[in-house]
Write a protein that binds this ligand. Structure first.
Ligand code: PLP
Length: 395
């Protein structure tokens, strides 16, 4: 069989591979602490689960409109008004099976040979993958530890060329936990005003997960570029709903139809009960969101302290999402080597920074969406491996 050439350009997400290896080791009787996969360890709140069950009992088990049921798109609009202070039209919302789908649709819509698309490095690996799949040229925006992994507006603007069609941005960020400050967004938007042909996909899936004095800034809230911002958001992280598979895009005026056509040609619609559950998530009580955020905040402080006590590690404070990205150069090992040794010898699953781009060499990503006990035990295991065994012994 001969496959299309584009299949060779499709990347992957290492987190799923590490998860598979961790499960295999566990099945073989090894004790594994999983700080690899990026999903909340909480259960979806009961009111949301009940709404899905009720929807099924009420007979909502057929196809829905491809862009999502109207009450859900209205709930999204109300949520955006509450949390971003922006009025949007529910008709510009396209509900899709997961946050990821909006980035795939955006890459397919804008990408083709000869076109450049900017994306963060280190960044969510699917950005580069879908850009290349679409045939466009991926242009990395380097993110630096010294800036707390926030993007730098000048660095972004310096990479714009007449071939640039789309910029993908992500704040709060995976894999770094970085949150770009408002002043940086202001500078970026001022520069983008001079490039009216460039669209911006703002991945704000961790928008409700920020800590300390680092408020989330939405690119949707800038009127001067509003007509070319695609907002990517969803329920996976905020409401502990990764396995339900639902997310949404808010598309610039006139573009939701294109996204809907891509949906009609692929997934048809998101399953009906999940859409009712997602509406309850947005319309119902929000105390569980805040409870989860506070738990993440506590774990964040614990992991930051612990990581900075591991020989050869140093970690800048992550202020968003649920990831920490320590610099591990002091161990003398490459990120990939250390990822493998931690999993195979210490039973700790984490992800090599290189899975998130070339700028990730010298770093590991820790997901702290795990219990405090697991975080403490994981860091102790790593200290034992690196400290007692010593560099020479494990190298
Ligand atoms: N965007 C970022 C930055 C992510 O980290 C993830 C998931 O890890 C997604 C999007 C995709 O979310 P979903 O599981 O809803 O597709």
């Amino acid at each position: 069989m001969k496959l299309a050439e584009r299949m060779a350009r499709l990347g992957t997400e290492t987190a799923f591979e590490v998860l598979a290896r961790a499960k295999a080791l566990e099945a073989a009787g090894k004790s594994i602490i999983n700080l690899g996969i990026g999903q909340p360890d909480f259960r979806t709140p009961d009111n949301i689960v009940e709404a899905a069950i009720k929807a099924l009992r009420d007979g909502h088990h057929g196809y829905t409109p491809a862009n999502g049921i109207l009450p859900l798109r209205e709930a999204v609009a109300a949520d955006i008004r509450r949390h971003r202070g922006v009025e949007i039209n529910p008709d510009d919302v396209v509900v899709v099976p997961g946050g990821k789908v909006t980035m795939f649709f955006a890459a397919l819509m804008f990408g083709e040979p000869g076109v450049e698309i900017l994306y963060p490095d280190p960044g969510f690996p699917i950005y580069r993958s879908v850009i290349e799949f679409a045939g466009a040229t991926p242009v990395p925006i380097p993110l630096y530890e010294k800036n707390g992994f926030s993007f730098n507006a000048e660095e972004v603007l310096a990479r714009l060329t007449p071939r640039t069609r789309l910029i993908m941005l992500n704040s709060p960020a995976n894999p770094t936990g970085g949150v770009a400050p408002k002043a940086e967004f202001d500078r970026l938007v001022a520069g983008l005003e001079k490039h009216p042909q460039v669209a911006i996909m703002s991945d704000e899936i961790y928008g409700r997960l920020t800590y300390g004095n680092n408020p989330h800034v939405s690119l949707l809230s800038y009127p001067s570029i509003r007509d070319r911002v695609i907002l990517l958001d969803g329920w996976s992280k905020t409401y502990a709903m990764t396995g339900w598979r639902i997310g949404y895009g808010v598309w610039p005026k006139g573009m939701a139809g294109h996204a809907t056509r891509l949906a009609v040609n692929s997934n048809s619609c998101v399953n009906a009960p999940t859409q009712f559950a997602a509406a309850e998530a947005l319309n119902g009580p929000q105390d569980s969101v805040e409870r989860m955020r506070q738990a993440f905040d506590h774990r964040r402080r614990v992991i930051l302290r612990e990581l900075n006590q591991i020989p050869g590690f140093r970690c800048v404070e992550p202020v968003g999402a649920f990831y920490a990205m320590p610099n591990i150069e002091g161990t003398g090992l490459s990120s990939r080597e250390l990822q493998t040794r931690l999993l195979e010898e210490a039973g700790v699953a984490v992800i090599s920074g290189t899975s998130f781009g070339a700028m990730g060499e010298g770093y590991l990503r820790f997901s702290y969406a795990a219990s405090t006990e697991e975080i403490l035990e994981a860091c102790q295991r790593i200290r034992r491996l690196l400290g007692l065994a010593g560099k020479a012994a494990i190298a």
